[in-house]
Design a protein around this ligand. Structure first.
Ligand code: R5P
Length: 294
C-alpha cells in the first residue's frame, strides 16, 4: 500500500502514512500552458493498493477531476486497488432536483467515482434524502463519523456545555455528541430563503443562560447557519459560544464573519485543512484503512 494526495489533504495524507507506517508519495499535478491537466505518479504502482487522500475542497470540480485522473492513471499503471479517502465529499447536498432542469450533482459525482474507484472512505457525509451512501455508490463505502472525537474534545475542554444543532438535519450530530459528553442538546429549525439567507428558531427549549454553548454542524460553508444559531444563543444568555464543524469550508470570508458575529471559538476537524483544525480524524481513517472500522 502507498498513500498519496491529489492536491488537497496533504497533511492528513502524511499523518495517515506515518500512522500506518507506509510510504507517502505525492503526485506531480500541474497544468500545461493551455490548462490541460498533467499528472504523474512518482512511485511504482503495479500490484499495489493505492490510497488517494483528497477532500473535495477547495474547488470541488478540480478536486473531483484530479481524483478521476489519478485513479484512472493508477489503474492504467497496474494498481491492484484504488481506495479513495475523501474526508469531505462534496456535491451531496444536491441530492434531488429541487427545481425543474437542475443537475442532481450527487449522482453525477458518484457515477464518475463508481467507474474508477474500488472503495471510498468518507467522514460524516451529508446524507439527508439519501438513507445511505449505497443509494448512489455501487462500490463499497465506509462512512465514518467524527461525533465521538468531537464529544471527547468538548468533554476535555469545556465545563457545563450544552449542544445545539443549527438545523433539524444536524440532530444526528448534536444528539450523538451530547450523548458522548453526557449533556443536554437541542436543534434549531432553519428556514432557508436562498443559498445565502437563512433564519432559525429553537425547536425544544433548553436552558442556555450561563451555559457554554457548543453549536455543532457537519458543514460550515458561508457560516450563515452558524451565525443564525449564535444569535439565538446570545439572546438566551449563553456564557460562551463555540462553533464546531466537521467540515470547515469557510467560503466568502465565512470565518471572519463568524468571529465578527461574536463566536468565542471556531473549531473544525482536519477533514479539510484549515487553521481552525483542532480535532484529528487520522486515527479513525487509519483504522478503517487497515480494516478494523466498518
Ligand atoms: C446543510 O444543511 C448543512 O448541514 C450546513 O448547515 C450548511 O451547509 C451550512 O451552510 P452555511 O455555512 O453556508 O450556512
Amino acid at each position: 500500500m502507498f498513500i498519496t494526495s491529489c492536491g488537497n489533504s496533504k497533511q492528513l495524507a502524511q499523518r495517515l502514512a506515518r500512522k500506518l507506517n507506509v510510504k507517502y508519495s505525492p503526485l506531480t499535478i500541474s497544468a500545461f500552458p493551455d490548462g490541460d491537466t498533467y499528472l504523474k505518479f512518482n512511485t511504482a504502482v503495479r500490484g499495489k493498493d493505492v490510497v488517494l487522500v483528497q477532500s473535495f475542497q477547495p474547488d470541488p470540480e478540480k478536486s473531483l477531476l484530479s481524483v478521476i485522473w489519478a485513479a484512472e492513471t493508477a489503474k492504467d499503471l497496474g494498481a491492484k486497488k484504488v481506495i479513495l479517502v475523501a474526508p469531505y465529499l462534496a456535491y451531496l447536498r444536491q441530492d434531488k432536483r429541487f427545481h425543474p432542469g437542475e443537475a442532481v450533482s450527487s449522482r453525477i459525482m458518484a457515477k464518475h467515482l463508481n467507474s474508477c474507484i474500488d472503495k471510498i472512505i468518507t467522514i460524516d457525509p451529508h446524507l439527508h434524502r439519501y438513507k445511505s451512501l449505497k443509494d448512489i455508490f455501487t462500490v463499497p463505502t465506509v462512512k465514518l463519523t467524527a461525533n465521538q472525537l468531537i464529544g471527547q474534545y468538548v468533554k476535555r475542554r469545556v465545563k457545563d456545555p450544552v449542544i445545539i444543532g443549527p438545523d433539524w438535519e444536524s440532530y444526528q450530530w448534536a444528539e450523538a455528541i451530547a450523548r458522548e459528553i453526557g449533556c443536554e442538546h437541542t436543534v434549531l429549525k432553519k428556514t432557508r430563503f436562498s443559498s445565502r439567507r437563512v433564519a432559525s428558531r429553537m425547536v425544544k427549549d433548553i436552558t442556555l443562560k450561563g451555559k457554554n454553548v457548543i453549536i455543532v454542524d457537519d458543514i460550515i460553508s458561508t457560516g450563515k447557519t452558524m451565525i443564525e444559531a449564535l444569535k439565538k444563543a446570545k439572546k438566551a444568555g449563553a456564557k460562551s459560544i463555540t462553533a464546531i464543524g466537521v467540515h470547515g469550508l469557510f467560503v466568502e470570508k465565512g470565518l471572519e464573519k463568524m468571529k465578527k458575529a461574536g463566536f468565542d471559538r471556531v473549531i473544525t476537524t482536519n477533514c479539510i485543512e484549515h487553521p481552525t483544525n483542532q480535532i484529528d480524524v487520522a486515527p479513525s481513517i487509519a483504522e478503517a484503512l487497515v480494516g478494523k472500522k466498518r
